[in-house]
Design a protein around this ligand. Sequence first.
Ligand SMILES: CC(C)(COP(=O)(O)OP(=O)(O)OC[C@H]1O[C@@H](n2cnc3c(N)ncnc32)[C@H](O)[C@@H]1OP(=O)(O)O)[C@@H](O)C(=O)NCCC(=O)NCCS
Length: 160
Amino acid sequence: MVTGDLPAVSAIAAAVHPGHPESDAVFAERLGLFPAGCLVLQAGAGAAGYAIAHPWRRRRPPALDTLLGGLPEAPGVLYLHDLAILPEMRGGGAGGAVVQVLSELAGGLPMALVAIGGTGVFWRAQGFAAVPDPALDAVLRRYDPGARYMERAADQPVRR
Ligand SMILES: CC(C)(COP(=O)(O)OP(=O)(O)OC[C@H]1O[C@@H](n2cnc3c(N)ncnc32)[C@H](O)[C@@H]1OP(=O)(O)O)[C@@H](O)C(=O)NCCC(=O)NCCS
């Protein structure tokens, strides 16, 4: 992902996550803080999906639509902020392939994410498991009632 991709990223986010809106500043900040973790799925001349990940603290999922302000000096996880693929490009293995790319980028750290309602099946297939923690309930409710914090150990296999 480069700065010029950000309008397409915002458009994909609006189409895929109408119930979880985030400001353009959130995407721009993540790209500025950790470009290696920001990917676009190229389809022809345009983008058909994106992934945004960054080093972060374990069991501290950021609230939705929130700026980070910086990255931790001693991260505990590679945090997957979002993975979104346009409907016509789904089911072809791109989602699983992105998890593989990011697991290599994680460099031995676990990965973590907030699975929004209904996506737990996909994430479990990718080696993630829910980590129940009542301390996270308030921030998870701001995503949606079915949101779950999940982690994936560094040595988990990825289904492709
Ligand atoms: C989740 C998502 C990224 C998966 O991308 P993808 O390219 O379709 O994933 P893959 O092709 O690698 O894997 C597809 C597999 O996951 C399953 N899957 C994908 N999304 C699913 C969902 N929401 N619920 C249940 N299963 C799902 C498919 O059934 C398929 O399983 P199969 O191989 O047994 O048939 C994509 O569906 C998407 O962008 N969804 C909307 C955005 C979203 O919810 N992102 C996650 C935010 S936490």
